[in-house]
Design a protein. Structure first.
Length: 217
């Protein structure tokens, strides 16, 4: 929601300093967890965690862009960087180029994740550690819920905050999906272990049953 003044200008109802603080906190949380998630994803063999970490990395770029844009759009005089950028090209064009770079990065990440998924289906040799995957997804969900609470304030009156809120909301939904995938992996492993145990018990009992007549004789 944008408030229009009588002269036709438009401005956000959110205090720029408050908005920048919100975006900075969200960016710090997302970037820190994205690095952790990437490391755990590679070590545990979870493609879901690696894909989510790549998605959160792109969100870091989006949050950083929103933060820089908010800072440059402040009506502050004698801002050397803002003046330099305005001399080269209008601010709207810089946002367009940044969005284009972000879109290309997302396409490359999507292609890489799709290739890895196909290779994993063709040769599923890597064993997925469900416990690290489950714990990491749970922590990610908590981080995203914190970011949702931080960015929700003022998001109805500011497009930058609203876009950032949508990004972290999508991350929260992805974390729920990874949680369900981790539970499915753990359940499958538990069922397989139970089958092995039952098979061993059956073989042992069968051996004892076959041995019993010879013991009697």
């Amino acid at each position: 929601m944008i408030h229009s003044c009588a002269s036709g200008c438009q401005h956000s109802l959110v205090n720029p300093k408050v908005k920048q603080s919100q975006l900075a906190i969200a960016l710090t949380l997302v970037s820190g967890f994205a690095l952790l998630e990437m490391l755990i994803g590679f070590t545990s063999g979870s493609l879901s965690l690696v894909a989510e970490a790549a998605h959160m990395t792109s969100d870091c770029f989006a949050l950083g862009l929103a933060l820089v844009t908010s800072w440059l759009s402040e009506p502050v005089r004698n801002n050397p960087l803002s003046d330099s950028l305005s001399a080269i090209a209008p601010r709207q064009q810089w946002e367009t180029w940044a969005a284009l770079i972000n879109g290309i990065g997302l396409l490359l990440l999507t292609a890489w994740i799709g290739w890895e998924a196909v290779e994993r289906l063709r040769a599923p040799s890597t064993e997925i550690a469900s416990l690290p995957m489950l714990i990491t997804a749970a922590i990610g969900l908590v981080v995203n819920l914190i970011n949702i609470r931080i960015l929700h304030q003022g998001s109805d009156h500011d497009l930058n905050l609203r876009a950032a809120l949508l990004h972290v909301t999508a991350d929260a939904i992805s974390s729920v999906g990874i949680l369900l995938a981790a539970i499915a992996v753990a359940t499958k492993a538990a069922i397989l272990s139970m089958r092995i145990i039952l098979t061993k018990i059956f073989i042992l009992n069968s051996y004892q049953w076959l041995e019993y007549p010879f013991c009697r004789s």
